[in-house]
Design a protein around this ligand. Structure first.
Ligand SMILES: [Zn+2]
Ligand SMILES: [Zn+2]
Length: 110
């Protein structure tokens, strides 16, 4: 990973002139709209390496709200069910294709 082409400018964190990297939030996507300091920013800050690291650490350590944790669990469950349904549809389709192919073959043999 790594932001590229640092431009030297004033860090939004410490105010020093340093090579800067655009901060991008990296926590899991929210499954319900929640107020989030990182996602709600109009503009992500340009930070020096040290401030960038500190910001990432702060973001990683912010606890998920109970409502969001619940919604995330429900969402994971749904996604799980969905993938099972998809897998079954795939299997059904494979069966149908097999039957169709066999039918065609039988007709060709006739
Ligand atoms: Zn800084
Ligand atoms: Zn967020």
């Amino acid at each position: 990973m790594g932001p590229q082409q640092p431009a030297e400018s004033r860090c939004d964190g410490c105010g020093q002139t340093r090579p800067l990297f655009l901060y991008e939030p990296d926590h899991n996507m929210h499954v319900i709209p929640v107020p989030c300091e990182w996602c709600d920013r109009e503009r992500q800050p340009l930070l020096c390496v040290r401030c960038w690291g500190a910001e990432r650490l702060r973001e990683e350590n912010v606890p998920m709200s109970a409502a969001e944790a619940d919604a995330t669990a429900v969402f994971a469950q749904l996604a799980n069910n969905n993938s099972r349904i998809l897998a079954r549809q795939e299997a059904d389709k494979a069966t149908c294709d097999g039957i169709a192919a066999a039918t065609k073959q039988a007709e060709a043999d006739r």
